[in-house]
Design a protein around this ligand. Structure first.
Ligand SMILES: Cc1cc2nc3c(=O)[nH]c(=O)nc-3n(C[C@H](O)[C@H](O)[C@H](O)COP(=O)(O)O)c2cc1C
Length: 360
């Protein structure tokens, strides 16, 4: 594709961004919610996709990874990671959810994928990007980026095990310590029969450090013309999408941490909203999040930790939230945290919260 054709292609996608594409090459704009272990569980996925009365703008969700070692993972473990298998593989708001698997052995990976599909998974995603040391030292995640032929074998085994109508997708980083082998890795995913490929535009050794290398994705895209490539990494605001598209030549995107700072980011990027989620609205969302976690059986301490974790990640992407994180992070019980968030929901500022605290 020439630069001019690529520009036309992007301008057609961007002008149709109000249409929620369910697959990267469907008409409209494809915006997936990234899997984040310990964050994007079923409670979070339900909450996010129910924003704005279910008009969240999220195309697709991916579960936190299910670790596959020597044997096929039992059904109850798959269900724990992805309870949506019981509702036709969709969140209550109707957004499809893929089950993500992480492992290095084709056979148990294929058997687990088959089981996930039988249970009702909408699709299966394969994680070859996890940078965790414990995972990598046990033959999983980003370690496989050093052995593209194994990515191909695992993808093919899973593809053969899952009914054709269910997508089997692959998620990678650009490489282990450089982007030099991106073409080889992308071709391995394609040869294995992946339906599409998502690339976090960093190396394994970078972990989450800057810079993000969107331009390397253009090489993956050129190497696998028929395989859609989804760009991921540092998409924190709507303006980042056209920048990423110009550099990566990708037309479809996955967003993770940006949704913590702006849970309305998907709708915002589609032009359904004119600004990022205001802080009072975010406070209301966090109170809803806490209530949902408690309703799901999480104890107060852990649910409060999750609220703090959300605020910490949000504050890393949005400076105007730092004060709220600093205020909540020192709280040991939910009651004062809830009171503070309720006040913020009604419009209290940092100074007003501090003054109210001092007044007792
Ligand atoms: C706390 C955390 C947990 C993550 N867990 C997973 C995971 O389970 N599976 C996966 O493929 N990627 C995982 N990722 C990577 C994200 O899916 C995504 O690739 C990365 O955060 C870059 O996208 P972003 O800049 O939009 O957040 C995780 C990221 C974070 C921050």
């Amino acid at each position: 594709m020439t630069a001019l054709e690529s520009e036309r292609d992007w301008s057609a996608t961007w002008s149709a961004r109000e249409t929620v594409a369910r697959a990267p090459d469907d008409p409209g704009l494809f915006l997936a919610l990234a899997p984040m272990d310990g964050v994007t569980d079923a409670v979070y996925r339900a909450l996010l996709t129910e924003q704005d009365g279910g008009r969240s703008g999220v195309s697709l969700c991916v579960s936190e990874f299910v670790r596959v070692t020597r044997h096929a993972v039992p059904a109850h473990v798959i269900r724990r990671h992805c309870p949506e298998v019981d509702t036709e593989g969709r969140t209550r708001a109707g957004v499809p959810v893929f089950v993500q698997l992480l492992g290095g052995d084709p056979e148990p990976m294929a058997a687990t994928a088959r089981r996930a599909a039988e249970l009702g998974a909408y699709g299966v995603d394969l994680n070859f990007g996890c940078p965790a040391k414990t995972v990598n030292s046990h033959d999983g995640g980003a370690k496989l980026l050093k052995e593209p032929h194994r990515i191909e074998r695992i993808t093919r085994a899973v593809r053969d095990a899952v009914p054709h109508a269910r997508p089997v997708t692959v998620k990678i980083r650009i490489g282990w310590d450089s982007g030099e082998t991106i073409e080889e890795i992308a071709r391995a995913a394609e040869a294995g029969g992946a339906t599409w490929l998502t690339v976090h535009a960093r190396t394994r050794t970078q972990l989450y450090k800057p810079p993000v290398h969107w331009h390397v994705l253009a090489r993956a895209r050129a190497a696998v013309r028929a395989l859609p490539v989804i760009a991921n990494g540092d998409l924190f605001a709507p303006k980042d999408l056209p920048r990423c598209a110009a550099s990566s030549r990708c037309r479809a995107f996955m967003i993770g941490r940006g949704a913590m700072g702006d849970p309305g980011l998907f709708a915002h990027a589609r032009g359904w909203k004119t600004h990022a989620t205001p802080i009072p609205e975010l406070a209301a969302i966090l109170r809803d999040y806490y209530a949902r976690m408690r309703g799901g059986g999480l104890n107060e301490k852990r649910a409060l930790c999750r609220v703090k974790q959300w605020l910490r990640m949000a504050a890393a992407t949005r400076d105007d939230i730092v004060w709220l994180f600093n205020h909540i992070k020192v709280m040991r019980d939910w009651v004062p945290a809830d009171l503070a968030l309720a006040r913020v929901e009604l419009g209290a500022t940092a100074e007003e919260l501090l003054a109210l605290d001092r007044a007792g």
